[in-house]
Structure formats: C-alpha cells, structure tokens
Design a protein around this ligand. Sequence first.
Ligand code: NDP
Length: 312
Amino acid sequence: MEIEKIHCLIIGSGPAGYTAAIYAARANMKPVLYQGIQPGGQLTITTEVENYPGYPDGIQGPEMMVHFEKQAARMGADIRFGLATKVDFSAPPFKVWIDEEKLVEADSIIIATGASAKWLGLESEQRLNGFGVSACAVCDGFFFRGKEVAIVGAGDTAAEEALYLSKLCTTVHMFIRRGEMRASKVMQERVQRTPNIKVYWNTNTDEILGESKVEAVRVKNTKTGELQTIPISGFFVAIGHQPNSDIFKGWLDMDEAGYLKTVPGTSKTNIEGVFASGDVQDKIYRQAVTAAGSGCMAALDAERYLSAKGLV
Ligand code: NDP
C-alpha cells in the first residue's frame, strides 16, 4: 500500500475544510485536503445563499463552494477526491487510510467532515428537495416570506426553526409525531404561545404534494388514521442531524449523538495534534459562516502545534 507523509491533513470539503486549507496553505503547512463523498458538503444541496457576508447579491450554494475550493487551490492546498475510511490516532504521525488503498501519515489532522441532515425518507421529499423542501429554515425561510409553510420535528431545532419561520410566514404548520415535544420547556412554551404556529400532535407526513415545486402536504393522524391535505409552499425537515464522525469512534471524545468534543474556545480534541471544525463539532449554530470561522481556528491551532514541534 502506498504511504505518503505530510504535515497537515484536512478531512472534508465544506466551508470549514476549505477555510482551514486556505489558512494552512498560507502558513506553509502544505495541507492535503480529501474532499469526501460529497465535495463541497451540505451547501451543494442548497440553492440560494443570502446570509454569507461578502456576497451582496447572494450566491448559489454549489457555486459558493467552487469559489472556496478555487481559493484554497490558489493558495497552494492540494485538494483531492477521496474518502477517509479508517484512522489510527494512537501516536503521531497520525494514520488515515484513504479509500482503503492509500495510507496518509500526517503530523497534524484537521477534521471537517460535517454533518448530514436526517430526512423522512419519502420519495417526494427527495424529488422536491431544493424546490420547496429544505432542512434549514435559517438558510431558506426567507424565500417563503408571506407564505404558508410546514415543519416536521419536535426537538429544539424544530422549535427554533418554527419560531424563525413564524416571523416570516403567514402560518407555520408543525407536525409532531408523538403527543409531546422533545424540545426544552422554554422552547415548547414559545412555540405554543406563537399564534401563527399551528401544532398537529400525533401526526406523520404521508406525502409532499407537487410536480415541480411544493404545493401541499398530506398528513396522517396516527391515532385516528385521518388524512388531511394542507396547501403550503415550503416544507422544512428538522428531525436532527447526524455528525459524520463514525470513523473517529474509539479515538476521539464525542457526545452521545456523535458530535466531536473540542476544548471550548479552541478546535482541540482530546488528542494533541488532532483538531475539529465545522458541523461535526457544532450542533448549535451550523452555519456556513460559523463553520468557516472554526476552520480558520483549526488551521491556526494546527499551525501553533506544528511550529512548537519544529515541524513547520
Ligand atoms: P433531536 O434529536 O433533539 O430531535 C429530533 C426530533 O425529530 C424529535 O422530536 C423526534 O421525534 C423528531 N423525529 C425524528 N425522526 C422523525 C421522523 N421520522 N418523523 C417525525 N419526527 C421525527 O434533534 P435536534 O436537531 O432538535 O437537536 C439536537 C441537539 O441539539 C439536542 O440536544 C438539542 O437540545 C440541541 N439543540 C440546542 C439548541 C439550543 O440550545 N439553542 C438549538 C438546537 C438544538 P421524537 O421526539 O418523537 O423522537
């Protein structure tokens, strides 16, 4: 098996990974970045991004990620297609297997593998994704201002996103699969106090309706079996995210949901020389701009680590 020795390996290609690559390349760390299964990350499945500073007219998510990649490449980052499939962080240099056919030995690692939104698994949800179906109210809610929307989920994210949407939309129909919400009490109360959020208990989504864009949703009451069709323009899924951290199990500290733990205010994990940034370590903010910021932190932390060891 081919073995390659490098100073800095970045795993992941969303805003966190590319920003880390820009900073690491400019610090002469000669970073190698492996893009993973979805080059560009979650932004490549969104449409218009209007809240990333520096784009006064907004930009399409996929196009923005091409800009990130080009900027990292221009700084000298070595960007490659490939998936990290296994790691051994027992001692530096850290070992990472790529596509099970190549071994990279790196003095430092920046993890930016992101998270994936969970979906209901309906065919219509996939087909209309980006055409009224979204997993991010903060990203896409603005496009539905003055319209009726629906949201599914009952955790803190769903509650927060329902409240966010209630400020933009005429009515927010909120579908909750059980007879109670998982969200914190204070969030539940806020939801229930908001007059234009209509909560449907014991309700599952049966189908999202519309040919080329979302036009309505059909829901089913699980107690009575009653079906109901509600006209809407946007359908938001807020049933949780899955951090992409499986390959780090057993090496890095993570919470019960799999989010990597970092020392607050830094990107440091429990292993010196291994840093984490972006959504894989952030279950609260999950924005492109916060991910980019934390990618910058990881590169600066890695640079300090490498220079203290006299490696760069
Ligand atoms: P959670 O896992 O807490 O909640 C997911 C919700 O989605 C649950 O209510 C669950 O229902 C529901 N759900 C799951 N699958 C389905 C399905 N197939 N159909 C319908 N409903 C479904 O995820 P969150 O993203 O809300 O939160 C993740 C973590 O982040 C939590 O610890 C949360 O407290 C935290 N957080 C904190 C915030 C803050 O402090 N400001 C903001 C956002 C998140 P059920 O309850 O029936 O299982």
